[in-house]
Design a protein around this ligand. Structure first.
Ligand SMILES: [Fe+2]
Ligand SMILES: [Fe+2]
Length: 326
């Protein structure tokens, strides 16, 4: 398989016309569309990345959905419902984008509910207090934005275009999370403690969302050569922390990293080591809520079967009617 990263090994005449056109499109910052030829590995990488991303949006509805019935006011309930609904929409755009690469929605759903597919391990942490809604919006949606803004320029057209819309909604999510924390930090001592505790629990998992350190991320170089990914995991993580520090000051919360400090020489923040053992444990399915999240998804899928059947039957009847008229 030839890819831009291998080009030094293969002279241009050894490439097929299709491969040459693909490489030129990538080199010229043009987009690859579903009708275009693409290397198998490019297609497979995108199917894996986009479907995992879609699963994360859908599973990500659960930790916050958990608080819709207990939101502290009607206004907070309406905002949270809109936010969780947005995440469902993100999942749908992304499943549709993945389908343009030749995988079906049913195949992706099977991979998710059978436990074969991965999704972001951040959603396997529990949400014991209302302040978790603030910390998730501020930190988890914040990390999602840092990751996804560069994906708006991903070389695969349907993915990049889906990201443009997703990012607009994510920035609303982050602001609503920040505002929940700000309100709590201006409240009673107990509310302040609750906000700080939620930030302490979500800070490290949100940094882990950017993936393993660059020297342990074997697929990154290829994804960057294909212009799916534009920055490395460590670059994005660093940028995110740089954004959080001034926001934490406004909130009046501390970030739970004693090694976090500005480094004049590098012009960046130095930070402590992420507990990667914990990250990989959660990724392997041993997080506090893995089983619960999957079970809930499986049940919702089974209980929703009649809706899918009814919709398919309705579509069949409509098609028959159109045919009769024609
Ligand atoms: Fe989302
Ligand atoms: Fe979001």
């Amino acid at each position: 398989m030839t890819s831009p990263a291998d080009l030094t090994l293969v002279s241009n005449d050894e490439l097929s016309d299709e491969e040459r056109i693909f490489n030129e499109l990538i080199a010229n910052e043009q987009r690859i569309e579903p009708r275009d030829w693409m290397p198998d590995a490019y297609r497979k990488t995108l199917i894996r990345q986009i479907s995992q991303h879609a699963h994360s949006e859908i599973i990500g509805m659960q930790p916050e959905g958990n608080w819709i019935t207990r939101a502290p006011s009607l206004k907070r309930k309406a905002i949270l419902m809109a936010k969780v609904q947005d995440e469902a929409g993100h999942g749908l755009y992304l499943y549709s984008a993945a389908q343009t690469l030749g995988i079906t929605r049913d195949e992706m759903m099977d991979q998710l509910i059978s436990g074969k597919a991965k999704y972001s391990s951040i959603f396997n942490y529990p949400t014991p207090t209302w302040a978790d809604m603030g910390a998730i919006g501020w930190l988890v949606d914040g990390a999602a934005i840092a990751n996804q803004v560069p994906l708006c320029r991903a070389s695969y057209g349907p993915y990049g275009r889906a990201m443009v819309r997703v990012c607009k909604e994510e920035s609303f999510h982050q602001r609503q999370g920040f505002e929940i924390l700000l309100t709590l930090m201006q409240g009673s001592e107990e509310q302040k403690r609750m906000a700080q505790d939620a930030v302490n629990r979500w800070y490290w998992p949100s940094l882990a969302m950017f993936g393993p350190p660059d020297d342990q991320s074997p697929n990154s170089a290829q994804s960057m050569a294909w212009k799916i990914k534009r920055f490395t995991n460590d670059e994005l993580r660093q940028r995110f922390v740089g954004m959080l520090v001034p926001q934490a000051e406004i909130l009046g919360v501390t970030l739970p990293d004693p090694d976090l400090k500005w480094n004049d020489e590098t012009g960046e923040y130095d930070m402590g080591e992420i507990d990667w053992d914990e990250f990989f444990q959660v990724l392997r399915g041993n997080g506090p809520c893995n089983a619960e999240r999957l079970e809930r998804r499986r049940t919702a899928h089974e209980e929703g079967a009649w809706v899918r059947e009814a919709a398919a039957e309705y579509a069949r009847k409509q098609a028959l009617k159109t045919k009769a008229v024609a």
